[in-house]
Write a protein that binds this ligand. Structure first.
Ligand SMILES: NC(=O)c1ccc[n+]([C@@H]2O[C@H](COP(=O)([O-])OP(=O)(O)OC[C@H]3O[C@@H](n4cnc5c(N)ncnc54)[C@H](OP(=O)(O)O)[C@@H]3O)[C@@H](O)[C@H]2O)c1
Length: 283
């Protein structure tokens, strides 16, 4: 009998890329009545459900969870999985944000969610991506690309290390994990090919849209004060900008041949998908 996979979060930024990969594998997409289903593969079975309620798990033996673990529903879901006892294998997508040393409203919820998964009798794997980018649906790099395409100067606040992961590389990792029994009972940090400084991240993004950029260093505390006064971004967001976000991917490389692309490659693809890549002449 073929495994029946239920994909939770199928209509999200990551979930759509995972859905495209699981559509031919007898997977079912969990959707809400309000979900935008237009990006899901036509041949994929849809099943209505809502994380605030027990999930419709009849005939499902594998769960792929691409919704947030930060809303408090995971311990209840783990309880349901264990009580009903049909689902054995479960992949959960968490986040490297659980390692932040800054105050975070959702950190404790996420840590408790991971703990519930790890204490369960499930055959679990946890994947913790860094910031995910790629396509117009990402919430950060596409805004940065539009900014550097428009403005010649960028305020540089701190010069922390970043290591964003391209959405397709993460979706490939989700599928590779499903196919790699050695990933059982393990949590993996997943990031791009190599860390780069914030300055290099901005410069590489500017290059991807064919622009030069002048970086204007701004002291962290001044930026925090400006954030407080203008309320355009929160002071926590500014402090997070200046926190190192580089992670070793060695375990994932060893266990399931994780081979993410470089930021230069990923951001060039994203610029192309946004129609911001330079024409050959402008370059
Ligand atoms: N985006 C990032 O940069 C980033 C970075 C690190 C980690 N992550 C983690 O990666 C995972 C995927 O992130 P994402 O950016 O793809 O998320 P997203 O775009 O916000 O998608 C969330 C998905 O969860 C579904 N969902 C939300 N609440 C639900 C509920 N109550 N019941 C059923 N489904 C519900 C949404 O359905 P609807 O379409 O109906 O809203 C959507 O399919 C999450 O665990 C996130 O924490 C993301």
């Amino acid at each position: 009998m073929t495994d029946r996979i239920l994909l939770v979060g199928a209509t999200g930024f990551l979930g759509r890329a995972v859905a495209a990969r699981l559509a031919d594998r007898n997977a079912i997409a969990l959707v809400r009545s309000t979900s935008d289903r237009s990006a899901l593969p036509k041949r994929m079975e849809l099943r209505e459900g809502e994380l605030a309620q027990p999930l419709p798990l009849a005939d499902v033996d594998t769960l792929v969870y691409c919704a947030s673990m930060g809303f408090g529903q995971v311990p209840g879901l783990v309880h349901q999985l264990q009580t009903e006892g049909i689902v054995r294998r479960a992949i959960f997508v968490s986040t490297t944000a659980i390692f932040t040393s800054l105050p975070s409203a959702s950190r404790a919820v996420r840590v408790a969610a991971e703990a519930a998964v790890q204490a369960s009798a499930l055959d679990w794997t946890i994947l913790r991506p860094t910031m995910i980018y790629g396509t117009a649906r990402d919430r950060n790099i596409c805004r940065l690309l539009r900014f550097v395409n428009r403005w010649p100067v960028f305020p540089l606040c701190g010069n922390a290390l970043w290591q964003p992961i391209y959405v397709d590389d993460l979706a490939d990792a989700v599928v590779a994990t499903l196919d790699s029994p050695s990933t059982s009972h393990t949590a993996y940090n997943l990031a791009g090919a190599e860390p780069l400084t914030f300055a290099d991240l901005i410069r590489t993004s500017a290059r991807a849209v064919g622009r030069r950029i002048l970086l204007l260093p701004v002291p962290l505390e001044a930026a925090v004060l400006a954030a407080r006064l203008t309320r355009v971004v929160s002071s926590e967001q500014i402090r997070r900008l200046a926190e190192n976000k580089a992670f070793s991917i060695a375990d994932a490389v060893r266990d399931f041949n994780f081979a993410p692309r470089s930021f230069a490659d990923g951001v060039r693809r994203e610029a192309e998908s946004l129609g911001l890549a330079p024409s050959p002449r402008r370059g």
